[in-house]
Structure formats: structure tokens, C-alpha cells
Design a protein around this ligand. Structure first.
Ligand SMILES: [Zn+2]
Length: 353
């Protein structure tokens, strides 16, 4: 099944931007320029005829393929169970993703019948969870090879979602046709981030929400070398031709605001509490509501006998830090704390309306 039917009203031609209609079970045609779009293994090729930065994007796709081949040679060829359990996998990257996804699912409620796009979907695990939450979900990626693994989810689980090969800088969706867009570790791979974010903003309906987890951020004072060494994957990926970038948080904010969206952040610990399996997510929530909360920067030093330890105990004793945690003050310093450190954060950008 290619599940295209549910998406035809949201699609547009990636060349002339006119609506598409189903011509046969294997073809959709453009009502403007007449171009025909086809699928391969149920992945619809919606790439524009002219692709910006095509050489780099093709090189990156080749890089991911080579990486997969190398993993295979090293004996790592995951069984279907691997894809079926994602993002629940022991690796810390996936364990964080599991927690972040839970937060996104809470923040983006309700999901029933919402049109949700996983942009840069790779193996489509995010798409699967949105479909399970009740959404009409779709996956889009430049690289169709990794998206083919999405087949495992469709074959083994009672879910449906569409898969598209496409370009983030020219999305094949009509203006305001999407309710939610989700990215996991994707924005920092884009060749033209401002253009891709403009497309995110264009395709979201008023009131629509973008979620970004596992993006690459660096504090504004970082040197080039520090940025390159931030993640152990960075240098090997770059040598494979994979486009890796990173930006300070204020740059992401600028790009989203310029595209007409509001920009906020969720800190996965400060802002989220879990009680009897239910999540509560709001900025600063944990700090305001937990009188026993001790900021990490003091908690880590409290038992030390050196000067930083003494200072931490002194500050904690006065309770002065609580002033900074006050709801009237904290939001002001919160963004800067997140901007100038490497702390985890989830991007939540909304289209006003
Ligand atoms: Zn067309």
C-alpha cells in the first residue's frame, strides 16, 4: 500500500506548485505543468526537477549509504526487531530521543487526524509513533534508501503512513496543509537552513507546530575545533561527505522568527515532570514547583572541599538562586543559559494563528 490517497489534497507539484491528482495507482500528475510523479517501492519521488545544492545532497546520500555498508561489514546489520523498537534502544542517543519523543507527543496533543510530517525521516520511527497516536502521518527524506526500512514498520504494525522522497528546501506540500512537523537530528544537515525553515513555515497551518529534537547547538564562544569535536560522529561523518553543521541557539531563533514563527525551547529536565506516567510540560515548571530542586551547577559542587564547593554551599545557604528561578525572572535568563551552554533542548516553533 502506498497510502497516497489520504495525502493527495495536501500535495503540490514541486516544480510549478500547482495541485496534484491521482492519475493511476502508480502515478500522480500535476494539474499545471503535467509532470508525472511515480513511486518506487511505495516511496513517491517528489523531488523538484531542479535541486539546489544537488551535488552536496547527492554526496551526503552516498555518505549515508557508505556508512551503512561499513556497519554491515563490521557485523552490524540490525534485525527487523531493531527498527520495530526504535527509539527504544540502549544507546544514549536513542534513550534521550525516547524521552524527547514522549515530551513532543505530550506538547503536540491532540494528534488524532492531524497531518504530521516527519522531515528527514530516515528509518521513519518518528512517523510510526505519530501514526500510532492517531495522526495521518507521512515521512519525507532526500535519501530513499534509509526510508525503505519504514516498510518493516508498515508490514509488522497496525499503522499506515505515506513515504515521500523530497527536498526540504522545496517541500511538495501546499501552503498551510500540515498540522505538525517533526525533525530528529535534521536541521543541522540542511544546506540552506533559512530556506528549509521558510518551507516549514509555509506548509504549516496557522496554529501548526514544529518540533526539533537532537539538533546541533554550540555556545557562541566555541572555536571551530571545539565545534568539530562536539560529537564523536562529526569528523567521521564529514569525511564520508555528510553535511554536518551546528549553530548557536540564537541563530536558530533568528531563522524561525524571520520565517514568521514563534520560537521557544523545552529543557527536558527543567520543564518536564512525570507523575504516575503523566507528563507535565511547561517552561521552568520543575523549578517553580519543586522546593527541593537544586541547580546542577551547585549540586555537582556541594560536597567539594575546594573554593568552588564553598561558594556553592554559600549560595545555596542564602537561597539567592531561588530569585533567579522565580517565574518573573527565570524565562529571561533561561534562553541565555541554554544559548551559552551545551544543555539539552527541544525546539518548539509555532505558526501564529
Ligand atoms: Zn507542475
Amino acid at each position: 500500500m502506498n497510502y497516497l490517497q489520504a495525502w493527495t489534497n495536501s500535495l503540490q507539484c514541486s516544480d510549478c506548485h500547482k495541485p496534484l491528482h491521482i492519475a493511476s495507482s502508480d502515478t500522480v500528475s500535476c494539474s499545471g505543468c503535467g509532470r508525472k510523479f511515480e513511486h518506487e517501492e511505495n516511496i513517491w519521488n517528489m523531488l523538484p526537477s531542479r535541486i539546489a545544492h544537488q551535488e552536496g545532497k547527492d554526496r551526503e546520500q552516498e555518505g549515508w549509504t557508505q556508512k551503512t555498508e561499513k556497519d554491515k561489514k563490521a557485523g552490524w546489520e540490525p534485525p527487523p526487531e531493531h527498527y520495530l523498537s526504535l527509539p527504544d534502544h540502549p544507546h544514549p542517543y536513542y534513550q534521550s530521543a525516547l524521552w524527547y519523543l514522549k515530551i513532543v507527543l505530550e506538547c503536540g496533543k491532540p494528534w488524532t487526524d492531524k497531518r504530521v510530517l516527519e522531515l528527514g525521516a530516515a528509518e521513519c520511527w518518528g512517523t510510526r509513533h505519530f501514526a500510532e497516536a492517531g495522526a495521518e502521518a507521512a515521512a519525507l527524506d532526500y535519501d530513499p534508501e534509509r526510508m525503505k526500512k519504514g516498510r518493516i514498520l508498515l508490514d509488522h504494525l497496525p499503522v499506515r503512513f505515506a513515504r515521500f522522497r523530497g527536498d526540504a528546501e522545496s517541500l511538495p506540500f501546499r501552503d498551510g496543509s500540515l498540522d505538525r512537523i517533526f525533525c530528529c537530528s535534521v536541521l543541522h544537515h540542511f544546506f540552506d537552513l533559512p530556506k528549509a525553515v521558510k518551507e516549514i513555515s509555509r506548509t504549516l497551518r496557522p496554529g501548526g507546530i514544529f518540533f526539533g529534537i537532537h539538533e546541533a547547538f554550540h555556545p557562541p564562544y566555541y572555536t571551530k575545533e571545539q565545534i568539530l569535536n562536539m560529537s564523536e560522529d562529526n569528523l567521521p561523518n564529514i569525511s564520508e561527505g555528510i553535511h554536518e553543521d551546528s549553530y548557536p541557539l540564537h541563530f536558530y531563533r533568528k531563522v524561525f522568527c524571520k520565517a514568521g514563527m514563534t520560537f521557544e525551547l523545552i529543557h527536558p529536565r527543567w520543564d518536564v515532570s512525570e507523575k504516575e506516567g503523566k507528563l507535565k510540560v511547561s517552561p521552568g515548571h520543575v523549578l517553580y514547583n519543586n522546593p527541593d530542586y537544586i541547580p546542577e551547577m551547585f549540586g555537582n559542587r556541594i560536597h567539594r572541599q575546594d573554593i568552588p564547593g564553598k561558594i556553592a554551599r554559600l549560595i545555596l545557604g542564602t537561597g539567592i538562586w531561588r530569585l533567579a528561578a522565580h517565574p518573573a525572572v527565570f524565562p529571561l535568563i533561561r534562553f541565555q543559559l541554554l544559548n551559552w551552554t551545551l544543555r539539552d533542548k527541544i525546539i518548539v516553533a509555532r505558526k501564529p494563528g
